[in-house]
Structure formats: C-alpha cells, structure tokens
Design a protein around this ligand. Structure first.
Ligand SMILES: *Cc1c(COP(=O)(O)O)cnc(C)c1O
Length: 407
C-alpha cells in the first residue's frame, strides 16, 4: 500500500516535519487537533500578501478584482470538493464552531416548546453548547443518543428517540475523541423520514475522506480548514439552499446587506447573507489550496494508507501491558485514544514530548465522552497521511518508556 503514496516525497512538502523537538526529530501525532501545512498552502498565503492583498467584492481596481476572483475560485473548489449543487450553498466561516453557531442561532427562532433536538453522546463541545443555548432561548428540549462501551452509537435507542417532535438531529461524522465513524447515512435517512433536519459536524471526517453532500442528502455539513492542511481561522458551512434561505442572518454588518437605511435593512443574497464583514481572504484562498493539495494526493489513497497505519499502531500498542483503549468501534478513523493503567494521561504526554513526540492529552473538548468511560482524559495519537510506520515504532517505544518511568 506504501506504493500508492510516495510518503518520502510528500513529507518534503511539510517544512515543519524537518524540525527537532527536545533534540529529537519531531513526530507529529496530534493531527486530530490540527494538521500540518504543506508549502503549497503556505505559498498561497504568501502570494496573496505579496501580490494582490486587497478587500474583496466591492473594489473596481485590479487588486480587488484579483482577490475577489481568487476567493470565489476557492469557494468553487470547496463546492466541487463537497459536490454541493450551488456555490452559494458554501458559506465561508471561521471554522466548524462558527458554522454550527450560525445554524444553532438561526434555529432559535424556528423552534418552540415541545420541539426536540437529538444530539449524539460523543459530540465535541462545539456541537453541544450552541444547541443548549438554542434550547434556552426557544424552550426546545435536547435529548441524547447514547453510545455503547466500544464508543458506537446505540442505533436502536436512536430509533426510539426519533419522533414527530424531532426537529433537528446533529452528530459528528467522525468522533475526535474516539475515532468512531458514525453511520450518518442511516441517521440522515431516518431523521428525514420523521421530517427532521440533520447537521453533520465533518471537522474530523474531512481529513480522511471525501463526502458527497447531494448523495448524502444532508441538510448541513461543517468543516475546519486547519484539519485538512489549511490555515486556522477559516472553515465552511454547507447548507441546502432552502434551509439557508429560511435561517435568519447570524451577524449584521457590511457585506451581508442589500440595502441599509435607518428605517429598514434588507439582506444580501446567499452566501453573503451569512458572511458579514471583511472575511479571512488569505485563509479562504489557502483553504482552497489545501483541498487541491489533498485531492491531488487522492482521498482513496489517503484513507487506505491511514487504515494501514491505524491497524499497525493498534497491533503494536496491544502488546503494551496495562494499556486501555478508549473507543474500539468497528468503524474507526486513524485516531487512537488510550490510557496506561494507573497513570495520568498528562504525565504520559509530557514524557512523549521530551522524546519529540506530539500527542494530545485531556478531554479533547468532549467531557461527556470522558464521563461515559469514567476517565479524566486520554492520551490521543492521531495519524495523517504524512506519518510513517517508523514513527509509530518510535512512539510505541516512547509509550513503554513513559510507563517504565511512571510506574
Ligand atoms: C476540531 C473539531 C471541532 C471544532 O473545530 P474548530 O476548528 O475548533 O471550530 C468540532 N468538532 C469536531 C469533531 C472537531 O474535531
């Protein structure tokens, strides 16, 4: 499978992978928190600031036109990537958190007492808290789809919870804390059957595979650029046109209006209705460059290779005595959450850092998941297509070293 991807030449695209940390070559296994950035994407940002930095959409001058063209070309790249029907169904946001807040805030005015929202038990805080605020404002009720001890949703319970009161169901495509790939096709079909809309948080799925929003028939889908080799501070909200027209704007300001007077303001058409103010222009352009980069490598090859890394790492780690895996779903992305019996995850992470290995420790913005498994947090190693089996070998030795030092 290594032949599918030329990993050594891919690694040359990522300048940061050359650096040393604490005197050791960096091993970056914190890809679920943020991915690294290839020089092609960095160059797109430099190119914008060096050659055509200007505000978009309103200028008649050349730089403004070039910037507008590049920004809208990026939107087109995102649209094509998701196979959205129209470019205006792709709203550029500051990231998944912002995207979810647009929908959650908009729904506050569409919901009433007696309405129900269903949330999965394995959500990131950004797909819980905005909805709690929506419920407070509207009187709607939040109900939780439980999961089993492998970290898989209990779909029978989901069937029981769905009813004619359900207005909206939201769930991540891939859990950032556990790696679980959720059965979103089934969730979408069943939700639609009772007339409920569906928002899928795709932040953690996007680095690993491509989705077709029309084929999924999903109502809303979210992404963050910084998890797909792009910069921070930019992401997208895909929404079906009919839904985006129904939702009220989230922020008021420039760019999002058709006409303003002190008596009455009318809003701009999509996508601008949800894009108030000067956007992250360089970020949007770089987001497009990042998906171009990943598509050029190919998501099928990426998924196959990462699947190999996951299987290899899982096998190696199973040999470690006293290891407890948190999240063992049958269907998993290349994320491994674990603990060493009797040792705090933070201590393991600190020793790995001394060895140049970056992993995440803590609750991963998913405290309810930690409560389910009754742990304070986990150590999480997450692999990207630029990681290697050699790095996994060094990591596994590092975990064993940490265990020896801490027990
Ligand atoms: C990272 C992540 C988020 C939050 O994304 P931001 O870029 O921080 O807005 C939400 N959900 C999941 C599953 C994530 O992995």
């Amino acid at each position: 499978m290594n032949s599918l991807l030329d990993i050594q030449s891919i690694r040359k695209d990522f300048p940061v992978l050359n650096r040393q940390v604490n005197g050791k070559p960096l091993i970056y296994f914190d890809n679920a928190a943020t991915s690294q950035t290839p020089k092609q994407v960095i160059q797109s940002i430099v190119d914008y600031y060096e050659n055509y930095n200007a505000n978009i959409h309103r200028g008649v001058h050349t730089l403004s036109q070039e910037a507008t063209e590049a920004y809208e070309k990026a939107r087109h790249t995102l649209q094509t990537h998701l196979n959205a029907e129209r470019p205006e169904e792709v709203i550029l946001t500051s990231g998944t958190t912002h995207s979810i807040n647009i929908v959650a805030s908009g729904f506050s005015s569409l919901l009433k007492e007696g309405d129900e929202l269903l949330v999965s038990a394995m959500e990131h805080h950004s797909n819980i808290v905005p909805w709690q605020m929506t419920c407070e404002k509207s009187g709607a009720q939040l109900r939780v789809i439980p999961m089993n001890d492998k970290g898989e949703l209990e779909m029978d319970e989901f069937d029981n919870l769905l009813s004619e009161h359900t207005r909206l169901v939201f769930c991540n495509h891939v859990s950032n804390a556990l790696g679980t790939i959720n059965p979103i096709e089934e969730i979408i079909t069943k939700s639609h059957a009772v007339g409920a809309a569906v928002l899928i948080d795709g932040a953690q799925a996007a680095p690993h595979f491509k989705v077709d929003v029309q084929q999924l028939d999903v109502d809303f889908y979210t992404l963050s650029a910084h998890k797909v080799c792009g910069p921070t501070g930019i992401g997208l909200l895909y929404g079906k046109r009919s839904w985006l027209e129904k939702l009220p704007p989230y922020q008021g300001g420039g760019e999002m209006i058709a006409e303003v007077s002190f008596e009455k303001t009318t809003y701009a058409d999509l996508p601008h209705k949800f894009e108030a103010g000067t956007p992250n222009i360089a970020g949007g352009i770089a987001f497009g460059a990042a998906l171009d980069y990943m598509n050029q490598i190919g998501f099928e090859a990426i998924a196959a290779y990462e699947g190999e890394l996951l299987a290899y790492a899982t096998d190696q780690m199973k040999q470690i005595e006293g290891i407890e895996f948190i999240g063992e779903a049958k269907n998993k992305a290349s994320v491994i959450s674990f603990n060493l019996r009797g040792i705090h995850p933070y201590d393991v992470g600190s020793i790995l850092d001394k060895l140049g290995i970056a992993v995440r420790t803590g609750h991963h913005c998913a405290q309810p998941v930690m409560q389910h498994f009754n742990v304070p947090g986990t150590v999480r190693a997450s692999f990207a297509f630029y990681n290697t089996k050699e790095e996994i070998d060094i990591f596994v030795e590092g975990v064993k070293t940490a265990q020896r030092m801490l027990s």
